[in-house]
Design a protein around this ligand. Structure first.
Ligand code: ADP
Length: 191
C-alpha cells in the first residue's frame, strides 16, 4: 500500500498536486483542511471548534486533528493507499499517525515536500483568496501568521521523516505538469 505525506507550506500547491496524484495512483485523499472546512460548512461541533483556530491561521489542537484523521482512516480501510495533505503538521501528529497506521498494519511509504519561497507563497495565497472564499487567504497578517506557524511548528515534521530516510524534496515552482512529473518520479522511487 502506497501511503504518501504530501508536505509543504500553505500555498505550496498540495491541493492541486493531490488531485493529480489521486487520479494517477488511485489514492484516497485525507486533507485535514478540507475535512475542517466541511465540518464548518455543516456547522458541526468539530467545525465550530476548529473555526476559531483556522480564522487566525493557528493550528487546531493535535488531539482534535488526530481523532478526526483516525475516524477518516477507519472509514476508508479498503483504500489502495492514502495521500495525507496538510497533515501531519506537528511532530506529535506525525508520531500519532505512525501509531494509528501501525495498529492497522500500515505505514507511511514516504514524504514528498514541495519547496516554494515565501514571497511566491504570499502572492499565490492572496490570488487564491480572490476566489476561494477562504477568509484565511485574504489578509496579509493571517497569511504571515500561517507561514510563521509553518516555520516554527510544522517544519520539524520534515526532519522527523528525514530521520527515517523517508523524505524527498521537490521544487514547487514551475508548471503544474512539470512539478507533477517530478512528483511521479519521486513516487516511483518510493514504491
Ligand atoms: P493551507 O495549507 O493553505 O494552510 P489547509 O487547508 O491545509 O490550508 O489548512 C487550513 C487551516 O486548517 C490551517 O491554517 C489550520 O488552522 C487548520 N489545519 C489544517 N490541518 C491541520 C493540522 N494537521 N493540524 C492543525 N491544524 C490544521
Amino acid at each position: 500500500m502506497l501511503n504518501i505525506v504530501l508536505f509543504g507550506p500553505p500555498g505550496a500547491g498540495k491541493g492541486t498536486q493531490s488531485e493529480k496524484m489521486i487520479e494517477k495512483f488511485q489514492l484516497t485523499h485525507i486533507s485535514t483542511g478540507d475535512l475542517f472546512r466541511k465540518n464548518i460548512g455543516e456547522k458541526t461541533e468539530l467545525g465550530q471548534l476548529a473555526q476559531k483556530y483556522m480564522d487566525e491561521g493557528n493550528l487546531v489542537p493535535d488531539e482534535v486533528v488526530i481523532g478526526m484523521v483516525d475516524e477518516r482512516i477507519k472509514e476508508c480501510l479498503d483504500a489502495k493507499g492514502f495521500i495525507f495533505d496538510g497533515f501531519p503538521r506537528t511532530v506529535a501528529q506525525a508520531k500519532a499517525l505512525d501509531t494509528l497506521l501501525e495498529e492497522k498494519d500500515l505505514s507511511i511509504s514516504g514524504m514528498i515536500a514541495l519547496e516554494v519561497d515565501e514571497d511566491e507563497l504570499r502572492t499565490r495565497i492572496l490570488e487564491r483568496g480572490k476566489s476561494s472564499g477562504r477568509t484565511d487567504d485574504q489578509s496579509v497578517e493571517k497569511i504571515n501568521n500561517r507561514i510563521r506557524v509553518y516555520n516554527e511548528e510544522t517544519l520539524p515534521v520534515a526532519q522527523y521523516y528525514k530521520s527515517f530516510d523517508k523524505y524527498t524534496a521537490i521544487n514547487g515552482v514551475g508548471t503544474i505538469d512539470g512539478i507533477f512529473g517530478d512528483i511521479c518520479t519521486a513516487v516511483e522511487k518510493i514504491s
